[in-house]
Design a protein around this ligand. Structure first.
Ligand code: SF4
Length: 313
């Protein structure tokens, strides 16, 4: 444990230090929980004019320290290294990519990205085993490639790895195993757990799962990740159900520059629904969403409005 703490890389900066730009809407996985699976074929990514305008904005105003290149799968863009170089020249201290990590199984490609200035890698790890991860991504071999990619990045000093595991019926009871699977990754600074966002008024039955069933597994994963020295962020889970791990709920996000039509889809989630919203002091909680309440109701006997305290920042 002390050895793990000693080799931790630099911490990722806070969300307000970053701006996120969607630069690509194609992917070679088909993750069942993907937020944009049904919209990526019509969402328009930022073009070079948009990209340069963002760089110029930051050169002028120094608003952000970090740039996140995202969309669907940005490693499918051949000019990704060049984009990173331009971002660094424009004064961004950090460039992060959001990726499923498959292409990182090539160590030379990892080195190319790092040499170009990418120093933070936010990687989707959907489950703890190849069988389950590949079932979720619908691409055989994807887990092995992603794990190889993480291992390759772990050989490069000075970079930070962040992971995201989306919590669904297909993954909720494997969260602690995911933490354990990544236990020896030295460059892993933060683990995030995003509870399923339906992006619709109806949930996919194979994905939605009761928060009451998720809660003990999520708390266990958060505790374990902390033991291994990771920062932890949980998204979209009732604050009051996290109990002793309530401080892990962080729904803050970097500023997102995306096709404005995305927000129509996003608002279909219908967040912030809760019987106790008016009495609750939590500033982080997104409550329940429309699709969730249709299946599991309001949990009137289980949710408890929170009072002001150190976990409600
Ligand atoms: S009671 Fe408060 S913390 Fe619990 S779900 Fe409702 S809004 Fe969130």
């Amino acid at each position: 444990m002390s050895a793990i703490l000693e080799i931790l890389p630099h911490r990722a900066l806070t969300h307000t230090d970053y701006v996120e730009l969607t630069v690509h809407f194609r992917c070679n996985l088909k993750c069942q929980h993907c937020m944009i699976l049904d919209s990526m074929h019509w969402l328009t990514p930022a073009d070079d004019v948009d990209f340069q305008a963002l760089l110029d904005e930051n050169l002028r105003e120094r608003k952000w320290k970090g740039l996140i290149l995202t969309g669907a799968e940005v490693t499918l863009r051949p000019d990704l290294p060049r984009m990173a170089e331009r971002a660094r020249k424009a004064g961004f201290e950090h460039v992060r990519i959001q990726t499923h990590g498959m292409r990182l199984d090539n160590p030379d490609y990892c080195r190319t990205l790092v040499d170009a200035g990418i120093d933070e890698f936010f990687i989707s790890v959907t489950a703890d085993t190849a069988q389950q991860h590949d079932l979720i991504t619908e691409v055989p071999g994807s887990f092995v490639r992603t794990m190889n990619g993480i291992q390759n990045l772990d050989e490069i000093p000075g970079i930070s790895i962040l992971t995201n595991t989306v919590v669904t019926r297909m993954s909720y009871d494997r969260l602690a195993s995911v933490v354990e699977r990544l236990r020896y990754v030295r460059n892993l600074c933060r683990m995030e757990f995003w509870c399923y966002w339906p992006m619709a008024e109806e949930a996919k039955p194979e994905l939605i799962v009761s928060h009451l069933d998720v809660a003990p597994h999520l708390r266990q994963a958060v505790r374990l990740a902390k033991v291994y020295g990771r920062e932890v962020e949980v998204k979209n889970f009732p604050h009051c159900l996290l109990g002793s791990e309530a401080s892990a709920l962080v729904n803050d996000q970097p500023e997102l520059r995306i096709d404005p039509r995305f927000w129509n889809e996003f608002h279909r989630n219908g967040f912030h629904q809760c019987l106790f919203r008016d009495q609750c002091a939590s500033k982080q909680c997104l409550g329940l969403n429309t699709a969730y309440t249709k299946v599991y109701g309001w949990h009137a006997d289980q949710l408890k409005p929170m009072s002001v305290g150190p976990t409600q920042a």
